[in-house]
Design a protein around this ligand. Structure first.
Ligand code: HEC
Ligand code: HEC
Ligand code: HEC
Length: 278
């Protein structure tokens, strides 16, 4: 099997002086054929739903084996077998990793009503689930289910131009710091101009949420009334030459808008980009 290795350098310790303690971590990417079992290539996240079924089927099998309910046990065992084998049909690269022999053994144990053997083979099957998960679960979830910000455009209301997220973000950061620097140095006009631009850019950014959020509520939580109120205080602080007030509300804004949205989206976006090589 093709192995894509990706090395992440994790700097251990607190400073660069500790660079000799650098550690690396390898992450393995799933075969590309997995992609077609996820949206948008597929109508649904077929792969994930198959996995949820497998977990349910494993549970039903242990419960009915314990209850010695052989009719229901057979029913769930058949479903488990079908879904487990579908792994190799969906992702041919993984066919050889499957332990199909165990399912046959489980069927034999069920037919013989041998609960002890049943438990043993099922635990082994569980290990085969885990060994694939240890290698691929995280990277598959990030690659195929983390929101894809690289595809989202932000339209400027002023120029009608479409910009990508990372550009818009750099601009927001620049404007925020300009308000801070000019405010601190008593350059009131420059600070309020930058603030006006920041407000405009945020309004533009707000237009992009609907690319993924059908409801307005997400946008309201981050960019709604509270964010606007913080910036109104910043403006009043600047106009009154009140640095304490300006600083306090600018800080409140940076946490409630920038940091809170980053806590939800940024890390996932960065990880997805890293893994997909964008
Ligand atoms: C050959 C690889 C492979 C095998 C074998 C496999 N899985 Fe998975 N499984 C995955 C991948 C990849 C994911 C990540 C999917 C995602 O998050 O979108 C996953 C995710 C899951 C999840 C969702 C995990 C969560 O975070 O809630 C469940 C449940 C699951 N698998 C159950 C099973 C069970 C039970 C078996 C064995 C009977 C099994 N899987 C066998 C590859 C495999
Ligand atoms: C590329 C898709 C995408 C874009 C664009 C996007 N989000 Fe999200 N957002 C998601 C997904 C998916 C979740 C839920 C899962 C999670 O935690 O990652 C989420 C969760 C959230 C949540 C927490 C859950 C909730 O709905 O209350 C907030 C708040 C939020 N987003 C705000 C925003 C705002 C504000 C914007 C626009 C500035 C935005 N999002 C743009 C995909 C996106
Ligand atoms: C959708 C909610 C959201 C809001 C609100 C938000 N950001 Fe971001 N920010 C992101 C995402 C997502 C990324 C990663 C984008 C990517 O993967 O390119 C990011 C990345 C960044 C980056 C790194 C850009 C780069 O590519 O180097 C900076 C700087 C940044 N944001 C600053 C800000 C500032 C300052 C604010 C507040 C004024 C802010 N962001 C508000 C979601 C948000």
């Amino acid at each position: 099997m093709m192995r894509f290795l990706l090395a992440l350098a994790l700097v251990a310790g607190q400073s660069l002086l500790a660079a000799d303690e650098e550690k690396t971590l390898s992450l393995q990417l799933p075969p590309a054929s997995l992609e077609k079992w996820y949206r948008p290539a597929n109508k649904r996240d077929v792969w994930l739903h198959t996995m949820f079924r497998l977990r349910r089927e494993m549970q039903a099998v242990s419960e009915y084996a314990a209850l010695e309910d052989s009719a229901r046990l057979k029913k769930w065992l058949a479903r488990l077998e079908k879904d487990y084998l579908s792994i190799g049909e969906m992702v041919p690269e993984w066919k050889d990793e499957l332990e199909d022999g165990l399912l046959k053994k489980m069927r034999t144990a069920a037919a013989a009503g041998d609960a002890e053997a049943m438990g043993r083979w099922q635990r082994k099957l569980g290990k085969s689930c885990q060994s694939c998960h240890a290698e691929y679960k995280l990277t598959a979830a990030l690659l195929y289910r983390a929101p894809d910000f690289s595809a989202v455009k932000v339209e400027s209301e002023e120029t009608l131009e479409e910009e990508d997220y990372s550009r818009v973000m750099s601009r927001l950061s620049l404007l925020l710091n300009r308000v801070k620097i000019a405010g601190e140095d008593g350059r009131q006009q420059a600070a309020t101009d930058a603030l006006g631009q920041l407000e405009q850019r945020l309004a533009d950014l707000g237009g992009s949420c609907s690319a993924c959020h059908k409801q307005e509520s997400a946008r309201e939580i981050i960019l709604g009334r509270e964010a606007k109120a913080s910036l109104a205080h910043v403006r009043q602080g600047l106009e009154a030459g009140d640095q304490k007030r300006t600083g306090r509300y600018l800080g409140e804004f940076a946490v409630g808008v920038c940091a809170d949205c980053h806590a939800i989206h940024r890390l996932q976006s960065n990880m997805r980009r890293l893994l997909s090589g964008d």
